[in-house]
Unconditional design. Structure first.
Length: 369
């Protein structure tokens, strides 16, 4: 059980309020010596005094005793799934207000705070108006900064720094990102091969295999995920752009990403189509959009993280995530955004009169239903 910090709370709040031990004792109806013992931790106030003390300092009893409610990983997953469903079916502001109440109640449960901020980032794009979107992103950034500065969990802090940087990008404030991430491009030393060798020496070959599969999967997804940015950087060099697209799509085909992680392949194909359109290469753009449409039509009934015949030892690792195999937004919203990102995309304006593009839009509309 965590230690109660009631002594520190009473001392700090009394000094903030500018009252003496005698004045506080008189209000509660105890001796000055009792208050002195409370503040030095020699004894605790009787439980019947807690409501009076909390009211006197205008704080909750939880704040007075230093109680910080926590949620288990399973509770966080259930709550996240529930809120995703509510964002899809209820008024946005109503669900947002509920999220803020949860954040306030569990303000020291840092794994929950991280997932709540992730949830709000993922649904911020559904708000009408850039100003409101920006305000919500700033709210999330403040949560990530709090996690970074207060949690004490090294891995959670690392993730919070990454998400803080993402918030800065969304706010179109690039300078702070350099301060947060510029020194992270050092040569990568992967611990997984050493860890796998250690498991082998300990007679645990299955654990060694799992370790290397996790490593390979993470490197693969990271490489593919970064491809979209890579594409946009080489629009001024059509030949290099073409080579990057060719290699990325080839890698995806080699590892059967279409089945392993279809949504990340959708992002790659969409960005490639946008690039071809910007370069005036209509045939290639239509080709990519046709593949995008086929991917959408073949999406599984349930979108979740999973392995395959090659990556067949990832189940326990996925389950160790705060959200398990859940995707970060509800399926209804995800499927709608997959269609909207083509239908409402100004990058494809040059294709509007092309009947093949209209056919693609019709098929995407049917797939959403």
């Amino acid at each position: 059980m965590k230690e109660l910090h009631i002594a520190e709370a009473i001392l700090t709040r009394r000094r903030e309020k500018g009252v003496t031990q005698e004045e506080l004792a008189a209000y509660i109806g105890v001796s000055k010596a009792s208050v002195s013992k409370w503040e030095t931790g020699q004894s605790y106030p009787d439980i019947t005094f807690l409501p009076q003390l909390a009211a006197y300092f205008n704080i909750s009893i939880d704040e007075l005793v230093g109680y910080e409610p926590q949620m288990t990983t399973q509770d966080i997953r259930k709550l996240y799934r529930k809120l995703c469903g509510e964002f899809a079916s209820e008024p946005f502001d109503q669900v947002l207000a509920k999220c803020r109440c949860i954040i306030k109640k569990y303000y020291s449960c840092f794994p929950l705070l991280f997932q709540m901020a992730m949830l709000l980032i993922n649904y911020s794009i559904t708000i009408a108006g850039q100003e409101r979107q920006g305000e919500l992103v700033k709210e999330c950034r403040a949560l990530f900064i709090r996690i970074k500065e207060e949690s004490g969990d090294v891995e959670l802090c690392r993730q919070a720094i990454h998400m803080e940087a993402l918030c800065q990008i969304l706010l179109k404030e690039p300078e702070p990102v350099l301060g947060l991430l510029e020194n992270s491009t050092v040569p990568m030393l992967s611990p997984e091969p050493l860890l796998a060798n250690a498991y082998m020496l300990l007679g645990k070959p299955e654990k060694a295999k799992e370790t290397m599969q996790i490593s390979a999967y993470q490197h693969l997804i990271s490489l593919i995920d970064g491809a979209s940015v890579f594409f946009s950087l080489y629009l001024d060099d059509p030949d290099k752009f073409e080579e990057i697209v060719h290699r990325t799509i080839g890698l995806c085909d080699l590892y059967q990403v279409e089945r392993l992680h279809p949504t990340i392949l959708l992002s790659v194909v969409l960005t490639a189509a946008q690039g071809y359109c910007a370069l005036g290469k209509t045939e290639q753009a239509i080709g990519m959009l046709k593949r995008y449409c086929s991917l959408v039509q073949e999406l599984p009934a349930k979108l979740e993280l999973h392995g395959d015949g090659y990556f067949d030892l990832l189940g326990s690792w996925f389950e160790s995530f705060e959200l398990g195999t859940l995707i970060p937004r509800d399926e209804k919203t995800v499927r709608k955004s997959i269609t909207d990102v083509v239908v409402q995309n100004p990058a494809f304006a040059p294709l509007k009169q092309d009947p093949r593009f209209q056919s693609i839009l019709d098929k995407l509309g049917s797939a959403e239903k």
